[in-house]
Design a protein around this ligand. Sequence first.
Ligand SMILES: *Cc1c(COP(=O)(O)O)cnc(C)c1O
Length: 418
Amino acid sequence: MSETAARPGPERPSVAPDLSPTLHHISMARDWLAGNYSPLPVVIAHAEGAWVTDVEGRRYLDALAGYSALNFGHLHPTLIAAARAQLERLTLTSRAFHSDRLGPFSHELATLTGKDLVLPMNTGAEAVETAIKTARRWGYEVKGVPDGRARIIAMAGNFHGRTTTIISFSDDPLAREHYGPYTPGFDLVPFGDIAALEAAITDETVAVLLEPVQGEGGVIIPPEGWLRDVRELTRRRNVLMVADEIQSGLGRTGSTFACDLEGVVPDVYVLGKALGGGIVPLSAVVADRDVLGVFTPGSHGSTFGGNPLAAAVGQAVVELLATGEYQERARTLGAVLDSGLRELLGHGVDAVRCRGLWAGIDIDPRLMTGREASHRLLVEGVLVKDTHGSTVRLAPPLVVGEAEVQILLGALGKVLRR
Ligand SMILES: *Cc1c(COP(=O)(O)O)cnc(C)c1O
């Protein structure tokens, strides 16, 4: 007899009829969702610009902006118009055929970055994986590293995504534990330490992979001059400099790329998050032909990568960035945010690290955890996310005005000054 007869499902608690809409959705999530997240208790139903509205009609300032996937705010009219027009026309072709959207998008993104070629993917992790493949192929076919020997140097405290290969060079136990065996071929050096990096480079090193500012790490800013030193060192040692600008790029820090702040141009840009305008997943690896030219038909790909809908949104995103308006906003309002946060130093805040409209603040651990601070800010109508125990990350959309920055600062002051 077959044992495949329908098994009874697990006991599902029925929802009490008097549960508030918020509790109803939280209890559904607890019953049906895998437990790989622990969201704050707010259930968002609508959003526009920098503001979201929950299922009870309460409004919150979104000071996380989807980890910078929402740099242009929620429902940016230009991006929504581009997506809507494309939805009516063509959404997916696969790369087996051309679409009339991918060429224009690639042209504009290559122009924005000053590079020759674009390789579109979907999520950030896929773009990082693509950059790893790029560097390894470049190592074997251009640099002449013996096959199978290539090594990539990454930074302690990095975050580059969640695939098995990427977590193999994470040093965060939470991200790694019980996912082995791990992919070999990676070395870690301390972030911001040029001497350690130089010492770690061998003839088999093909790339240095870094975040110009470590976002998930808590908005960790390297010492002044380090990016320039990495650029000089990697050029001298014939190693690719790969900048993961998935979170730091596309306007967040007050320039198009965080590398721009030191006048550095890496060999490879890895882009994602805001590239999809908060509408679709869209990522890309962008580099010159002597690097990205290593790919041949069939050697890499993605069913959805560069699909017409994503390309239409991505092109609209690049056009918004080409105006320079959002970089300028991040610069001027970032200065307001920075000085406001500095006033909290010694009043519940131990450290402030700010680059454009992007800040990590370390809460005095005697006062409360970062999670607790995020909870209290939620009650004050401001959405943020904690990281690494004591740190709270602030990344409001670049469409905020000074009034919203003041609301954020006011809420922080209220929660921390006591
Ligand atoms: C978010 C992020 C990624 C991973 O992007 P996903 O779209 O979540 O796969 C990679 N690198 C950095 C720096 C990021 O912030």
